[in-house]
Design a protein around this ligand. Sequence first.
Ligand code: PMP
Length: 420
Amino acid sequence: MITTNSENLYNEAQKFMPGGVNSPVRACRSVGRTPLFIDKAKGSYIYDVDGNKYIDYICSWGPNILGHCREEVINAVKATCDKGLTFGACHKGEITLAKLIQKHFPSMEMLRLVNSGTEAVMSAIRAARGYTGKDKIIKFEGCYHGHSDGLLVKGGSGLLTNSIPNSAGVPKGYTDTTLLAKYNDENSVEELFNANKGEIACVIVEPCAANMGVVPPKEGFLQFLRDITKKNNALLIFDEVITGFRLSIGGAQKYYNITPDLTTLGKIVGGGMPLAVYGGKREVMECVAPLGSVYQAGTLSGNPVAVTSGIETIKILENSVSEYDVLNEKSAKIEKTMKEIGLNVNRVGSIMTPFFTDKMVIDYDTAVTSNTENFAKFFNHMQSNGIYSAPSQFEAMFVSMAHSDEDIDYTCDVIKSFKL
Ligand code: PMP
């Protein structure tokens, strides 16, 4: 596969952007490749600037559950653009989107639209602190909640990929109130609550972790978090930036039937435009300005183009609820093929990760036992054969409703031909 144009652009990009990219994992460093520069995408396919066509399992890291360029979404977005890109003012679409979100996430009694998952989580935590009057938070090793200062502690995603355990530039004081627990380890949470009695504002968790690779919650873990937070007057925040509208139309909270106090959504909720959401219990959200004293704002928040993209995407998903089963079956087929060649796969619904370890991957410690050199070989085999998937062990593979049976069969054939 010739990728000369991508390589030339990458050389140029490095003069202007750190590592030539605007988000670190895109640099493909851990798999020893240079990034592909993308020209266009349609349905399940993505095309690079050398004219190569790939079946896309990155799906923009999750948003494209409908595949790329779904006609109804694009047309609605174009029509909205004609009326103005941003007003910095109220418009009807905000209410339409809020209603749609609330219909499927009834726990979000009130919500706020923001521009990125990072912003949504940062704001949800601020609301939790404002509401409870407590400072400390519990997060889990290997869970990623965006790049705000207080959350850059043993995060997953690019922090793991690029072996950055924490981040430089974060004053110690910013993370002093971030307590770390182990995913799927109830004792580690209990110990923190015991050692910090009356001081914990919230527990934030990816209800199905996807940023240390996919790591599902073990049976009873989320219920345990629900119970212990309630007992300690702390809030439970589900970071559903990845799982929202993906594990089911009602996200992980519907899939696992556990109701958090606050939820963050991103990716699918904006249908590919910069849009994210935080929300939850009315009494907590009423603490947010201008009603309350928790400040949070945004010039482009709720901008009409992103809102339209979100509305149209969710409307299509509403009419495709049975498609979720099909999507899961397609994903199961890929999982089965990976297992047949001896890979250790974690899958929930349409997100999955193959690991290169004999250990069951249940948390950060077991995720990092995966042999990342072997992952890189797998990634390179896939990409050389026209499969575009995450260039990092510590991310998820996303299947979309646009992937055809032929796409899946071809993908399985490529997997079968992989040899270490
Ligand atoms: N939370 C989770 C669970 C995520 O996966 C991500 C990004 N992958 C974020 C928050 C941050 O979202 P964003 O990149 O939009 O800031």
